[in-house]
Design a protein around this ligand. Structure first.
Ligand code: FAD
Ligand code: DHB
Length: 401
């Protein structure tokens, strides 16, 4: 069967769904093609921190109601090292900004519900999706759905299909430059049925390696441990995980981590990656399809949202005026923010993890950096403004509707 729409979107993660929603609000039709089923994408536990600008964007776009009710507003984080905690206070360092702790899968659920309520089309369980013709004026996406071959004809294709998707791979070799760094460790993450006993996130630097204390609700704690890059989950029974978490997170002041049943575990590799440019003809890459950050700075989902905000605006400008300058500005506008987040995530990662071939000199440098960032207002303000998110690009400077 052949279908037609204005924008064909690959991937129903935060980027694809938010793009479809923003386009709908601008009167532009789209179809989202997703490889997995609805239940899978709604249950996939990943990021948990929303920047202030993303919170504002979700509210302005009419999809922030449940987040406002159930999300946890945090006005600071703690950096823990040498057995002591040091708080970074966001509002006083950033002119009143803060973050929201609200699971990525909750954002995904809210967006899917909104798209379907607005009559939007999301096709789940799509196989063999292949973007084509995007270097001509007639792009399309070929795909298989419910056992039959289909073709979606569109004006533009948005590749929002994550790091392992087909969109970036469909661009001819040589047209993209890739910039990449891998790290000699991974994160082991768990979700535990245990009430958080600390109000804010804790980023801990410890001789055994990094640990992160986070949460999802007043009943659920989210915890991460730095582990070897080739770690095997089978070698990490619950007792070993809790023992490491106690060792890395607890301080001399008597604060104790509460244990509870482990509901979910994952291993996440650590990588920095950017593909430039984020456009080839009528194919636009957004979110993890174009870039990856190590999770230490909590930037992955936030960057994906910033990308599609810019892309929706550029497409709205094109449909309103026929002008292409907004589309031309998409990649450079996004890349400026992306490289700032790449630097911040690399910097947080470098400051907080144990590197296997580091020596005593390297560890003294890390301690010095941690002491500086927790004692100098200027250094703390730099961390805080990056963490809560720098202001979005001024879209008024791009041609608009
Ligand atoms: P995705 O969420 O990856 O969505 C892409 C979608 O495209 C998926 O639904 C996928 O099924 C679909 N898809 C893929 N291929 C195809 C295809 N061929 N055809 C159709 N559909 C396709 N960030 C943080 O900030 N903090 C964290 O703690 C954190 N933890 C993470 C843990 C893991 C295991 C992973 C993988 C990522 C984590 N991230 C984290 C990063 C963050 O979750 C991502 O940056 C975010 O999901 C990006 O959104 P996206 O929409 O661009 O991509
Ligand atoms: C969470 C994940 C992160 O990568 C981070 O930096 C902070 C919080 C989380 O899953 O809650």
């Amino acid at each position: 069967m052949n279908r037609k729409t204005q924008v064909g979107i690959l991937g129903a993660g935060p980027a694809g769904l938010m793009l479809s929603h923003l386009l709908h609000r601008a009167g532009i039709a789209s179809v989202v093609l997703e490889a997995r089923d609805r239940d899978y994408v709604e249950q996939r536990v990943r990021a948990g921190v929303l920047e202030q600008g993303v919170v504002d964007l979700l509210n302005e776009a009419g999809v922030g109601e449940r987040m406002q009710r159930e999300g946890l507003r945090h006005e600071g984080i703690e950096l823990r090292f040498g057995g002591t905690g040091h708080r970074i206070d966001f509002p006083s360092l950033t002119g009143g900004r803060a973050i929201m702790v609200y699971g990525q899968q909750e954002v995904v659920k809210d967006l899917i519900r909104a798209r379907l309520a607005d009559g939007g089309t999301i096709l789940f369980d799509v196989a063999n999706a292949m973007p084509q013709g995007f270097d001509t004026g007639k792009p399309s996406i070929r795909y298989t759905h419910a056992g039959a071959e289909h073709m979606l004809a569109c004006d533009f294709i948005a590749g929002c299909d994550g790091f392992h998707g087909v969109s970036r791979q469909a661009i001819p070799a040589g047209a993209l430059s890739a910039f990449e760094r891998t790290y000699p460790f991974a994160w082991l993450g768990i979700l535990a049925q245990a009430p958080p006993t600390h109000d804010e996130l804790i980023y801990a630097y410890h001789d055994h390696g990094f640990a992160l204390y986070s949460m999802r609700s007043p009943q659920i704690t989210r915890l991460y441990l730095q582990v070897a890059p080739d770690a095997d989950l089978a070698a990490w029974p619950d007792a070993r995980i809790w023992s490491e978490l106690h060792a890395r997170l607890e301080t001399g002041d008597g604060w104790k981590l509460t244990e509870g049943p482990v509901l979910e575990r994952l291993l996440a590799p650590m990588r920095s990656f950017v593909a430039e440019p984020m456009r080839f003809g009528r194919l636009f890459l957004a979110g993890d399809a174009a870039h990856i950050v190590p999770p230490t700075g909590a930037k992955g989902m936030n960057l994906a949202m910033a990308d599609v905000r810019t892309l929706a605006h550029a497409l709205a400008g094109f449909y309103a005026t026929g002008r292409e300058d907004g589309l031309a500005a998409y990649s450079p506008t996004c890349l400026a923010r992306i490289w700032r987040a790449e630097h911040f995530s690399w910097w947080m990662t470098s400051m907080l993890h144990r590197f296997p071939d580091d020596d005593a000199f390297g560890r003294r440098l890390q301690r010095s950096q941690l002491e500086y960032v927790t004692s100098s207002r200027a250094a703390a303000a730099s961390l805080a403004e990056n963490y809560v998110g720098l202001p979005f690009a001024d879209l008024e400077e791009l041609p608009h509707a």
